[in-house]
Write a protein that binds this ligand. Sequence first.
Ligand code: MLT
Ligand code: ZN
Length: 469
Amino acid sequence: MVTNTVLASRHVDEFRKIVGEQYVLIDEESLQHYSHDETEDLHYLPEVVIKPRTAQEISAIMKICNKAKIPVTPRGAGTGLSGGALPHLGGVLLSMERMNSILEIDERNLQVTTEPAVITEVLQNTVREKNLFYPPDPGSRGSCFIGGNISENSGGPKAVKYGVVKDYVLNLELVLPDGEIIWTGANVLKNATGYNLTQLVVGSEGTLGIVTKIVLRLIPHPKHDLLMLVPFKSAENACAAVGAIFRAGYTPSALEFMERDALEWVSQFVSGSTIKIEEEVQAHLLVEVDGNDVDVLAKEIEGIAEIIQGFDCGEILFADNAQQKAELWKLRRRVAEAVRANSIYKEEDTVVPRAELPVLLKGVKDIGKRYGFHSVCYGHAGDGNLHVNIIKGDLTDEQWNGSLKDGIREIFALVKELGGTLSGEHGVGLVQKEYMNIVFNETQIRLMREIKKIFDPNNILNAGKIFDI
Ligand code: MLT
Ligand code: ZN
């Protein structure tokens, strides 16, 4: 039962009155289920799990928690990679899972209004039926929630051409930590009216309010796409080719990098993979172009292939049917799962200006040699966003929890030196906050803390995420 000195049995009774008996869980199995997300092997037990259905119910819950100073951790699908949904202070775990309706597709204005617990891919497929496109597509799009994507300002492979979540969010309904319900903006494409509260909430990792409705802009769906997989003998050359593609005037709709281990591990992990990786190959680029005119696209992909050939690439695989494209994308999307199945790992979501990617990759490998860790690197090369998965492998627990942190600090110091920052799309959450002082000085962090205080003076909502108060 509830043991925390703040959260008492009477609070649980009140929660039951608000949402109904069956949506307030305190049994051990449920608490365990909500004790982790996809971040490393971290577990923290909440004291109670609540599954509200409406913004009004959330408002009533927040009023109780704010008064009694009970910590509240909002949670989407639990696919986060920086620990944003971990209830590390116990208290209430607010699972948004029942708020899963797409409310309206406005075909006149190319907009959709949705609740937060709609799975990203479901939203994409639903608007697709009307020839509309919502591009942001994180690796986990088949299971993550759109609300979680907003909390983290997620990206994914298409971001390189179409932008990230923030570029599609027009307006949000938000329950504030004291229970008041507001809209952050207006359903318009341009808005120069006061501070941009909508964009402040996007990427705020559930620390400022709880998003209960979302208005997104949509675009017409492109009619065609072409895809190719390009092997390289040198991973640094693969990274160097990326910048050259853009400098030559091309904007692919995806430009993904996978080190040899990434593709090899995922090929073994996913059954039925037909991809062969030659002995000397060290990395691959997966390049997609999309648009409405297939002849233009064919010229584009040939032009890109020509540029890439200047970087000592091997034989290019052009995916010439839907099945082959689906296989390549499945492999790319499941790399994270394959790495997780292989070993405990820490994921660093580094991002640098695109042309610095080869220097970053070399630096990561050099740092790894000095600290004795193996890393599997892959990610959204077109955005300069490299996921560095540090493998626990043979490292002792002392190394893993001790000296490795110095190695990670060195990686982030290099990222900063190259003009980049800690996270491109996975957020800071719980596990990256100790590195925030590498990229922000005290004044910058103070400004963020003050913003948090204005929204949440009692520091009850996802407290201790991004930074400590
Ligand atoms: C991806 O690019 O696959 C996602 O960001 C997930 C991940 O990196 O773990
Ligand atoms: Zn990613």
